[in-house]
Design a binder for this molecule. Structure first.
Ligand SMILES: Nc1ncnc2c1ncn2[C@@H]1O[C@H](COP(=O)(O)OP(=O)(O)O)[C@@H](O)[C@H]1O
Ligand SMILES: [Mg+2]
Length: 466
């Protein structure tokens, strides 16, 4: 059979010559390249070399059976579409196969039309997926601005604001939750400023004790305090002509706030312990994840400094408010970490994507980046699947939607989840025990305790019970 790039490799595992012949006849004109083996062991052996997209396997095979093969194949590559076929017309093996991740279950003798349609559908889907992958890569180029990825209206607005502000600003306040990309915004502002090759000096205001921080910002003279053995310039002098980035400005102590205000107003710095003032020409970018207005109201932040800084403000939206950016960001980080860890990871399975999309991302882009980098480390196959995601994604907890008065103890949460599982499996306690990974006795014990606490049933979203 000749091979073109548009063909997908398909492995057929079957020991009956008649079925094999029917399969190869039926699929002769389709966009698949067929490989055949007659038992599961050979299939597993050839998997790494063939890397098929589709596996079609009989249920009854000599040695390892089709269901076990299904599990082992998906373990090694969750992106493979697995079709099981069998003479067994009872529903149990079919349900079992689908539950274990098979994408279809075909009855023998095979109906050629059904087989052809099923394969066509999978081929179409795979092609579309490849196309969207390529599309995503192109989109990353289009929707990247100074190292930032974003296509949501909110982020496009941020990009536009940076472009407008960068050529002219004297000071800018960048606000947003932690992990939203404030550092990147600050760097972009500097890179697009008229002096991008001048220094960009960063000071994290929360990292240093008060006296050291002042000396870091403004410098000191020898003997100004214990340990000041030499004259030292601060970052305002160092960054002369360029940009000073004051990160976590909300942590700045009151005395340093007063000095900073003087620098901003007069464009002069005074080293700690020195009477002389030096003129500096710097742009200042301040960033914070705190609500400075509230801090002003409660007397923790100088009002005059706040107004000086916040005349121009860029507020970076939290990731939860721009979930449209998730797919591109995922792709971006996947590429970054797959290549960093030298893994041939090409994508994320649909169910893993669904799980990621359902998350509320309180840690914003940084949390997403960590999740993807962790998944790339864990991934054994060439796609990231549910099992590769960090532990916290294992069981979806909807706590983010609750208000504080609705929050419950872990025990109650456990009980509610038990009821939900029982609901789903139609009250079958053996099945529920299997899913939950606990003994049936434990279930009975939990159920008897539920009877004692009315709280389990009292919240919206709690399941009906039998
Ligand atoms: N829009 C974005 N595109 C690509 N990477 C981003 C984006 N926003 C944030 N990041 C990445 O997420 C991490 C956290 O961003 P950072 O700027 O340090 O957040 P913040 O300073 O607001 O806490 C960094 O590794 C950064 O590169
Ligand atoms: Mg930061």
């Amino acid at each position: 059979m000749h091979r073109t790039d548009a063909e997908l490799r398909m492995l057929v595992v079957e020991d009956e010559p008649a079925t094999l012949e029917l399969v190869s006849k039926t699929l002769a004109g389709e966009k698949v390249q067929l490989f055949t083996v007659s038992d599961a062991e050979s299939a597993l052996e050839r998997l790494p070399e063939l890397r098929p997209r589709i596996v079609l396997s009989d249920l009854l095979l000599p040695g390892i059976n089709g269901l076990e093969l299904l599990e082992r194949v998906l373990e090694s590559d969750a992106g493979i579409d697995f079709i099981l076929m069998s003479r067994e017309s009872s529903t149990e093996p079919a349900i079992d196969a689908i539950r274990k991740g098979a994408c279809d279950y075909l009855l023998k003798p095979l109906d050629p039309d059904r087989l052809r349609n099923c394969v066509r559908h999978l081929v179409d889907e795979a092609m579309t997926r490849q196309k969207t992958l390529r599309l995503d890569e192109d989109l990353i180029d289009v929707f990247q601005f100074q190292g930032m990825i974003g296509r949501s209206p909110l982020m496009l607005e941020v990009f536009a604001k940076i472009r407008r502000i960068a050529p002219h600003f004297e000071s800018v306040l960048v606000t947003g939750e932690t992990g939203t990309g404030k550092d990147l915004v600050a760097r972009a502002l500097h890179n697009l400023s008229p002096q991008p090759s001048a220094p960009f000096a960063v000071c994290n205001c929360s990292a240093l004790v008060e006296t050291l921080l002042e000396s870091e910002l403004f410098g000191h003279v020898r003997g100004a305090f214990t340990g000041a053995v030499e004259n030292k310039q601060g970052i305002f002098e160092y960054a002369n002509g360029g940009t000073v980035f004051l990160d976590e400005i909300g942590e700045l102590a009151m005395s340093a706030q007063a000095k900073l205000l003087r620098v901003l107003q007069n464009r002069e710095v005074q080293r700690v312990g020195s009477p002389t003032r030096r003129t500096v020409n710097v742009r200042v970018i301040a960033a914070t994840n705190r609500d400075l207005r509230k801090m002003v109201a409660s007397g923790q932040f100088r009002e005059d400094l706040f107004y000086r800084l916040s005349a121009i403000e860029i507020s970076v939206p939290s990731l939860g408010k721009r979930k449209e950016d998730l797919p591109l960001l995922q792709r971006h980080f996947l590429k970054k970490y797959a290549s960093r860890y030298e893994k041939a990871i090409t994508g994320i399975t649909r169910r893993a994507q669904t799980r990621l999309a359902a998350h509320s991302w309180p840690g914003n882009v940084r949390e997403l980046e960590n999740a993807i980098s962790g998944s790339c480390i864990m991934a054994t196959g060439n796609v990231i699947d549910l099992a590769d995601l960090p532990e916290m994604f294992a069981a979806p907890v909807e706590a983010a939607d609750y208000e504080e008065r609705e929050l419950v103890t872990l025990e109650v949460m456990e009980q509610r989840y038990l009821l939900k599982v029982l609901d789903v499996v139609g009250g079958n306690k053996a099945r529920a025990a299997e899913i939950l990974g606990i003994g049936r006795n434990t279930i009975y014990q939990m159920l008897s305790r539920i009877g004692e606490s009315a709280e389990v049933f009292s919240s919206p979203g709690s399941p009906k019970t039998a």
